[in-house]
Design a protein around this ligand. Structure first.
Ligand SMILES: [Zn+2]
Length: 54
């Protein structure tokens, strides 16, 4: 368990957590990138605004 950096809610993490993985906050829906796993550190994932099939 760690905290969502956006809303502060607890976010449950999978056992197989890996750095670079994206976890969705179940409370606010924010995408959180795993920065570190021991201990788990989450950071707000940047919005992807690249050419999405345009
Ligand atoms: Zn949240």
């Amino acid at each position: 368990m760690t905290e969502c950096v956006e809303c502060g809610a607890e976010v449950s993490l999978p056992d197989s957590l890996e750095v670079g993985e994206i976890v969705d906050c179940p409370t606010c829906g924010a995408e959180l990138e795993v920065i570190d796993v021991e201990p788990p550190v989450l950071e707000s994932a940047p919005e992807l605004e690249e050419d999405w099939g345009e």
